[in-house]
Design a binder for this molecule. Structure first.
Ligand SMILES: CCCCCC/C=C/C(=O)SCCNC(=O)CCNC(=O)[C@H](O)C(C)(C)COP(=O)(O)OP(=O)(O)OC[C@H]1O[C@@H](n2cnc3c(N)ncnc32)[C@H](O)[C@@H]1OP(=O)(O)O
Length: 359
């Protein structure tokens, strides 16, 4: 059942009682949802360039498009309830030592020198992502968005950056069978990608080796991607009977043009680091021997820049795209939900598991 007018009025009062300032981005979201819930879709002319604040507010409201008043009311109530819960928790700005650690040691999260680093730590399996790792990454990103660091980094341990989704995820069938597995995987995928779309601070991928599948597609949602010259970028979705995710069906054509994107996403063409850089997916490539030293020195210098200026600049860059990205993510997740139940996909996974086929 959607939130009632009374729930909405209560949430409006609750916002004034929040102990912590939720930050400009959240305030903007609250403003937009409030306007949409009370007045419906944006119906006023766009302010001129000089009215910067009014224009930002207008953009946020306008970005909600034709969202119904009822849905906006519900989203407003949900957002306030999350904010109230987190402002009651002991310390939303918890320092690294107090951060809730991931459930498994396949993910290691550290904070140092203004940088929060989320490290995939399953080198024996080429950092393939288990279901628990997706959940832990979501939690780590949510914590990093509120901690004191200026920059957040995703990287891998060992010789691989990440071999993508752990294909054995598909072998743990719940009581509801294949259909239920596909439904819950699609919901998790959608939440996972949403966190990257909404992440408010500079997000940097330090690609320490080959990258496969979803670890490649989400790169289009990062702000900066540094890669060793040993890295490669491979999205073998057709080989696996699957389809693109991570908003790559939208970001890749935008970044590299539609025909280069099609070669990767339809035919699974693997790019070298230099090729990925030439096509705009990678920001800069470093020789493997000096990769870690050069990249971390650079990131340490960037982490000293004024954090609010970086957040606001990211907000301006990202806000225009957010609604579109959420819509793309929803569509890709729903298409994959069907794909995962197809014979093409099941056969491809069975082949990998029986060691008949390797990419
Ligand atoms: C909530 C669900 C969201 C899903 C989102 C949709 C995501 C889609 C994708 O990410 S599609 C991409 C999936 N990934 C793959 O298909 C890669 C499969 N792996 C390989 O082809 C190869 O392992 C390799 C090319 C990555 C590396 O080859 P090689 O260097 O020869 O190493 P090994 O094959 O011996 O691998 C070592 C060890 O790791 C295991 N492993 C590697 N990748 C995966 C994987 N993706 N899933 C599960 N296990 C993986 C491999 O089986 C070996 O294990 P073992 O030593 O045999 O126990």
């Amino acid at each position: 059942m959607l939130a009632s007018q009374k729930d909405f009025n209560n949430a409006v009062s609750q916002v004034k009682l929040l102990k912590e300032d939720p930050g400009n981005e959240v305030k903007l979201k609250l403003y937009a949802l409030y306007k949409q819930a009370t007045e419906g879709p944006c119906n006023v002319p766009k302010p001129g360039m000089l009215g910067f604040i009014n224009k930002t507010k207008w953009d946020a409201w306008n970005a909600l498009g034709s969202l119904s008043k009822e849905a906006a009311r519900q989203n407003y109530v949900d957002l306030v309830s999350r904010l109230s819960a987190s402002s009651e928790s002991p310390s939303p700005e918890a320092p690294a030592a107090d951060r809730k650690q991931p459930e498994s040691d396949s993910l290691v999260v550290t904070s140092e020198d203004g940088i929060t680093t989320i490290r995939l730590n399953r080198p024996a399996k080429k950092n393939a992502l288990t279901t628990q790792m997706y959940r832990d990454i979501i939690a780590a990103l949510q914590a990093a968005s509120k901690d004191e660091s200026a920059i957040t980094v995703l990287t891998g341990s060992g010789d691989y950056y990440c071999s993508g989704n752990d294909l054995t995820n598909f072998t743990h069938l719940p009581a509801g069978g294949l259909e239920e597995m596909a439904r819950s995987a699609a919901a998790l995928l959608r939440d996972f990608v949403n966190c990257f779309i909404d992440f408010p601070k500079p997000l940097v991928a330090v690609v320490n080796g080959p990258a496969v599948g979803i670890s490649v597609t989400i790169l289009g949602l990062f702000d900066v991607v540094y890669a060793t010259d040993r890295a490669s970028f491979h999205t073998p979705f057709s080989h696996l009977g699957q389809s693109p995710e991570g908003c790559s069906s939208y970001t890749f054509p935008k970044i590299m043009g539609s025909s280069k994107a099609a070669e990767m996403l339809l035919f699974g063409k693997k790019l070298t680091a230099q090729e990925a850089c030439a096509q705009g997916l990678v920001t800069e490539v470093f020789p493997d021997g000096t990769f870690q030293k050069e990249v971390w020195a650079r990131l340490k210098a960037y982490s000293k820049l004024p954090p609010n200026a970086m957040r606001i600049s990211k907000q301006i860059i990202r806000n225009r795209e957010k609604e579109k990205l959420h819509a793309v993510n929803a569509e890709e997740s729903s298409v994959l939900r069907e794909r995962w139940q197809s014979d093409e996909c099941m056969n491809a996974i069975a082949s990998f598991l029986s060691r008949k086929v390797k990419l």
